[in-house]
Design a protein around this ligand. Structure first.
Ligand SMILES: NC(=O)c1ccc[n+]([C@@H]2O[C@H](COP(=O)([O-])OP(=O)(O)OC[C@H]3O[C@@H](n4cnc5c(N)ncnc54)[C@H](OP(=O)(O)O)[C@@H]3O)[C@@H](O)[C@H]2O)c1
Length: 287
C-alpha cells in the first residue's frame, strides 16, 4: 500500500493516495469505504453533489479504524454561493455523515455547474462568502482543513484578496494528457497542495496504446502508471473504484517513472473525448 503523506500549509498531514467516490451509490458507499480501509486506504473523498455522504459516513464510522487515523473530505456544492447556504450545508454534511468533524471541506467549483463552460461570471463575491463559511467552520473545529476545487489562478487570487485563511488545496482535473502546468506550479509555489481528480481520466485513458506500451515497459498496469504519474507531479491522487481488486492494484504504485517518460506523459496528446462522460462540465461539457 502506497502510504506517503503530504503536509498542508496548516501542518495537517494528508495521505497522498485517496479513494474517489463519485458514482458510488449511497447504498454501496459504506462497503466501498470498509473495503478500502481494510486494504490500507486512509483518505476518502466525497461531495454533497455525489449523493453518497450518508453511506461514506457510515463506512467511516463502522470500518473499525479510529476516526483520527482517517482523512475524510467532502465538498460544498458548487451552487452554494452565499455564507448562509454554505454554512448550513457544512452542518448538514456533518449530520448526514454522522461525524463531529471532517478532515477537509472544499468549494466544489467557482461557478455553479449550470454555468461552467457557459458564462464569464466567476462568482467572486459568492466564493468569498462561501469561503467565509468554511473559515468559520474551520475556526470552530468542524473542519481540520479547507480548500477549493476547479479554481483557476484568477479565482484563487480574487479569493485571497479577502480571505483570512489561505486555501490548503486546489482539487483539479489532472491526468496524463491533461496537466495544467501553469496552475499546478502556481499552487505549489504558493503552498496550496494540488489534488488530482480523475487521475485515470474517468477510465478513458485505459484505451491509449502508447500509454499501454509505457506501462508494459515498467511492468505495471495503465491505471498504475496513471496514478503514479499524478503522485510524481507531487499531487494528492484520488482514483475512484468500488472494486476491491482495483483498490488493491491502484495502491501498488511504489515504482518510479523516469524524468524523460514523465515529460512524455505531461505532453501526451490531449484525449479527444471522455466518451459517454464528455457532457459533464468538468470534462468541458455544458449542463
Ligand atoms: N472536484 C471535482 O470537480 C471532481 C470531479 C471529478 C472527480 N472528482 C473526484 O476524483 C475521483 C476520481 O475521479 P473519477 O471518478 O472521475 O475517475 P477516475 O478515478 O479517473 O476513473 C474511474 C474509472 O476508472 C475505473 N478504474 C479504477 N481503477 C481501475 C483499475 N484498477 N482497473 C480498471 N479500471 C479501473 C473505474 O471503474 P471501476 O469502478 O469499475 O473500478 C472508473 O470507471 C472522483 O471519484 C471524485 O472523488 C472530483
Amino acid at each position: 500500500m502506497y502510504n506517503q503523506t503530504i503536509t498542508l500549509n496548516n501542518g495537517v498531514k494528508v495521505p497522498q493516495l485517496g479513494l474517489g467516490t463519485w458514482f458510488i451509490d449511497d447504498d454501496k458507499a459504506a462497503d466501498a469505504v470498509k473495503a478500502a480501509v481494510e486494504i490500507g486506504y486512509r483518505h476518502i473523498d466525497t461531495a454533497q453533489a455525489y449523493g453518497n455522504e450518508r453511506g461514506v459516513g457510515e463506512g467511516v464510522r463502522n470500518c473499525g479504524i479510529p476516526r483520527e487515523e482517517l482523512f475524510v473530505v467532502s465538498k460544498v456544492a458548487a451552487e452554494h454561493k452565499s455564507y448562509e447556504l454554505a454554512a448550513k450545508s457544512i452542518d448538514e454534511t456533518l449530520a448526514k455523515m454522522g461525524l463531529d468533524y471532517l478532515d477537509m471541506m472544499i468549494i466544489h467549483s467557482p461557478q455553479p455547474w449550470v454555468e461552467v463552460n457557459q458564462s464569464e461570471n466567476r462568482y467572486v463575491e459568492g466564493n468569498r462568502e462561501a469561503w467565509r463559511a468554511l473559515e468559520d467552520a474551520y475556526k470552530a473545529g468542524k473542519l481540520k482543513a479547507i480548500g477549493v476545487s476547479n479554481f483557476q489562478i484568477e479565482d484563487i487570487e480574487s479569493l485571497m484578496e479577502t480571505a483570512e485563511i489561505k486555501p490548503m488545496v486546489n482539487q483539479i482535473l489532472l491526468h496524463i494528457s491533461n496537466t495544467p502546468s501553469e496552475l499546478v506550479e502556481y499552487c505549489q509555489k504558493n503552498d496550496i497542495a494540488v489534488e488530482a481528480y480523475s487521475p485515470i481520466a474517468h477510465g478513458v485513458i485505459l484505451n491509449q496504446p502508447e500509454i499501454k506500451a509505457m506501462a508494459d515497459k515498467y511492468g505495471v498496469t495503465v491505471t498504475q502508471l496513471c496514478i503514479r504519474y499524478t503522485l510524481q507531479i507531487g499531487a494528492i491522487s484520488l482514483p475512484k473504484t468500488a472494486n476491491p481488486e482495483h483498490m488493491k492494484s491502484n495502491a501498488q504504485v511504489d515504482f518510479e517513472i523516469n524524468a524523460e517518460d514523465m515529460e512524455k506523459l505531461k505532453n501526451f496528446k490531449k484525449i479527444e473525448s471522455y466518451g459517454e462522460s464528455s457532457g459533464f462540465p468538468v470534462y468541458g461539457g455544458k449542463l
